[in-house]
Design a protein around this ligand. Structure first.
Ligand code: NDP
Length: 400
């Protein structure tokens, strides 16, 4: 029987919700490319409930315990004395979410001799040292597509929030003001702007599709060019380098995974190549951008605004400069964990566990690492290597 160690974010400060704003979430059977949403044999939760926090347990407890497995759920994930690190020593499966990542570094993998499966309830497995997982022969799987549209919607919202100066205008209302000039002196229309995505995978291409009706110029760069008919349908211009894309864009959105090729991609040099007053939206991973260079670019006006929900490490230290730099629209890491998204990735986590325990193959599109190599979605979108360096700084949030 296996021990499953699950790291989830804390419950709301006022306790687990007794009721919800709506009576359910729409049921979606297929994604845009035809891939089916998760197909577990059964579900022990009601879609629309808070599943991603500690008390929600991803709806997995009765399923696992009925099969004789042990489920340990904790939010205490950082530092050598954390419950995560203590429980890891005999865990066979680790489940984590990118929003509150249990960093599975090479050192931690070495302390977990029974570990076989690292499951990401969501998308983005950069919190696992993928090189160490390859070397140890672990399986790393994620619930591909489960929250891609959730993020694409968030990106569109953040682009509009920055360009139209929504957040400061809202603040004037809260503060009792009617300061129209203060609101509009940084407010523009998106119409006619050039908008580009770094990566046109599931999220990036969904952002392009959603922005097309705004009558903007669309641009993308990616390792693989989109099929000609898709490019034509979107009216998107391909750039063979990120430099070429940023030079022409008023708005840039980052939608690539974090791996050695993309770590620190938006450094001082690349930010300097952007148009003065461009907006940068990053819902991919914090480490793709140079933290201090972004803060300086917001202060100097090189960037007119920066928004996103991803930081490094997570939780971000209380003195992280993105909390206080001017003209930002940052939130904690939330875009991929709406209640709608949680229902899908909790079902996907269950599907993967059912396959794992029944000895059936995990869907190819869910695999990131398998049998000592990048596999499935991981082989397409990642490069081997480690992007967890520096994650121990996450312990500063709890200590601070
Ligand atoms: P996909 O795998 O569908 O798309 C990723 C795309 O990135 C692929 O098209 C891939 O190219 C491209 N890519 C990889 N490396 C590069 C590079 N060096 N330069 C340009 N393009 C590159 O994943 P999703 O769109 O679903 O998700 C993307 C990322 O978004 C996730 O990995 C995760 O980090 C983040 N995310 C954030 C969430 C949040 O809550 N904020 C939730 C979900 C995801 P190709 O395959 O052609 O090689």
């Amino acid at each position: 029987m296996a021990k499953v160690l699950c790291v989830l974010y804390d419950d709301p400060v006022d306790g687990y919700p007794p009721s919800y704003a709506r009576d359910g979430v729409p049921q979606i059977a297929r994604y845009h490319d035809g891939q089916t949403t998760p197909t577990p044999q059964a579900l022990d939760f009601t879609p629309g409930e808070l599943l991603g926090s500690v008390s929600g347990e991803l709806g997995l407890r009765s399923f696992l315990e009925e099969r004789g497995h042990t489920l340990v759920v904790t939010s205490d994930k950082d530092g050598p004395d954390s419950e995560f690190e203590r429980e890891l020593t005999d865990a066979e499966v680790v489940i984590s979410q990118p929003f509150w990542p249990a960093y599975l570094t090479a050192e931690r993998i070495a302390k977990a001799p029974q570990l076989k499966l690292a499951l990401t309830a969501g998308i983005g497995s950069d919190h696992v040292d993928l090189q160490a997982a390859i070397d140890r022969g672990l399986t790393v799987a994620e619930v591909t597509y489960s929250n891609s549209i959730s993020v694409a919607e968030h990106v569109v919202m953040m682009i509009l929030a920055l360009v139209r100066n929504y957040i400061p205008s809202y603040q004037w209302v809260i503060d009792g003001g009617w300061n129209i000039a203060d609101c509009v002196s940084r407010s523009y229309d998106l119409e006619g702007m050039q908008v580009g995505t770094v990566a046109a995978g599931r999220i990036g291409s969904a952002v392009l599709r959603r922005l097309k009706p705004f009558e903007v110029g669309l641009h993308y760069t990616d390792r693989h060019r989109l099929p000609a008919d898709v490019e034509q349908e979107l009216g998107a211009t391909f750039h063979d380098s990120v430099e070429s894309l940023v030079e022409v864009c008023d708005v840039v959105t980052i939608n690539a995974p974090l791996h050695p090729e993309t770590e620190n991609l938006f450094d001082e040099r690349l930010l300097a190549k952007m148009k003065r007053g461009a907006y940068l939206i990053n819902t991919a991973r914090g480490k793709i951008c140079d933290r201090d260079a972004v803060a300086r670019a917001c202060e100097s006006g090189q960037l007119a605004g920066y928004a996103g929900d991803v930081w490094f490490p997570q939780p971000a230290p209380r003195d992280h400069p993105w909390r206080s730099m001017p003209h930002h629209g940052m939130t904690p890491h939330v875009s991929g964990t709406s209640l709608s998204a949680q229902a899908r990735y909790a079902a996907g986590a269950r599907e993967i566990l059912e396959c794992y325990f029944d000895g059936r193959p995990i869907r190819e599109e869910y695999l990131i690492v398998n049998a000592g190599a990048l596999a499935g979605a991981g082989a397409h979108a990642y490069s081997a290597g480690n992007a967890t360096g520096g994650s121990d700084e996450a312990a500063r949030f709890t200590a601070g």
